[in-house]
Ligand binder design. Structure first.
Ligand code: NAP
Length: 305
């Protein structure tokens, strides 16, 4: 297939950029890939792996002559990166991002970009708890949703080209408004991560009392929480700092439900618990039927890693 872009520049070389680069290269979706990361050690690792044609020292160098620039850094770093690259962007270039929060990223990035570049925010609903350039793999986006958040006046041709790139990487692309995105993700990803962090934190406190029995006898429920709670601390700090309203709204509802279940346990209302768990079980079945997870107890990820 003919390449969709001449030169793709990755700012940040972690799980997401590393996976994109591997997928783009596998299917020759771009002629040239260049990347940069903040630390010399990450740049060195990426050079050794070789998933880009060139690893350069600075974002300004990376975006030179690039017709697609991918911001793949933590959400809280997007604004600074945009400011740094802005004077060096090619006229007509497309700038996209893969941040897990959309409204805050748009507010942080858009004001820095010159009028002659196209900013098309995006978010792949794909990831693992692993980070860094070694963590990426070309199949990460297969059969996963990719949400694009077109801004008013977005160039239709460039939107279609970026959509096609993600489709070629295996994603199912949908368009979404930024605020709606942030609310949906607060329910499906952000609040669940906070709950997992909390549960593992509680168990850790308990471990001090029970002398490591929590780890020794960890059952499937707790183990699944620990996988989520092993996610990157910087990325997740930035998610909560930048999706405050939606996350707090969902956590408020969560707390109410938790109190209701707590009361059912105290009052012995088994019917309420049974009905509740029957409803939630159907959601799990729906996710598996939609092909968004497997029935395997390790969430299917063990097969890939
Ligand atoms: P990652 O593996 O931790 O990689 C992050 C990259 O950003 C690294 O190359 C890092 O460089 C660089 N970086 C960190 N702080 C920086 C800063 N202040 N300035 C410049 N560069 C910086 O992260 P990732 O999982 O690929 O996540 C990247 C983006 O994708 C995030 O916005 C995240 O919200 C989003 N996302 C993640 C997932 C997921 O499950 N992981 C899923 C969907 C979307 P050094 O290594 O040199 O520090």
């Amino acid at each position: 297939m003919t390449a969709l872009y001449k030169k793709v520049a990755f700012i940040g070389l972690g799980l997401i950029a590393g996976s994109m680069a591997r997928a783009i290269r596998r299917d020759h979706l771009a002629d040239q890939l260049v990347g940069t990361a903040r630390s010399a050690s990450t740049r060195e690792t990426a050079r050794d792996i070789g998933f880009c044609d060139e690893i350069v020292e600075t974002p300004a160098q990376a975006v030179k002559d690039a017709d697609l620039v991918v911001l793949a850094v933590p959400v809280g770093a997007m604004g600074d990166v945009a400011r740094e690259i802005a004077p060096h962007l090619e006229p007509g270039a497309v700038v996209t991002d893969v941040g897990s929060v959309k409204r805050a990223v748009i507010d942080a990035v858009a004001p820095h970009l010159p009028a002659n570049v196209h900013f098309i925010p995006g978010h792949p609903l794909a990831g693992t708890e692993h980070t860094g350039p070694n963590a990426g793999f070309a199949e990460l986006f297969e059969n996963r949703f990719l949400l694009l958040v077109p801004l008013p006046g977005t160039d239709e041709h460039e939107l279609a080209r970026l959509k096609l790139l993600w489709e070629k990487m295996g994603s199912q692309v949908e368009f979404m408004d930024a605020d709606h995105h942030d609310l949906v993700l607060a329910v499906t990803s952000h609040a669940p991560h906070l709950i997992a962090y909390t549960m593992v934190g509680v168990a850790d406190d308990l471990r001090r009392v029970t002398d490591s029995e929590v780890i020794k006898y960890s059952a499937a429920g707790f183990r699944d929480f620990t996988r989520i709670a092993a996610s990157d601390p910087t990325m997740w700090r930035d998610v909560f700092m930048n999706n405050k309203d939606a996350t707090l709204e969902i956590l408020g509802r969560f707390t109410e439900e938790l109190f209701a279940l707590q009361r059912a346990i105290r009052t012995g209302d088994g019917d309420l618990l049974h009905d509740y768990f029957t409803r939630t079980r159907a959601i799990r079945r729906g996710i598996i039927e939609a092909g968004q997870d497997t029935d395997a107890p390790d969430f299917g990820r063990g097969l890939k890693r």
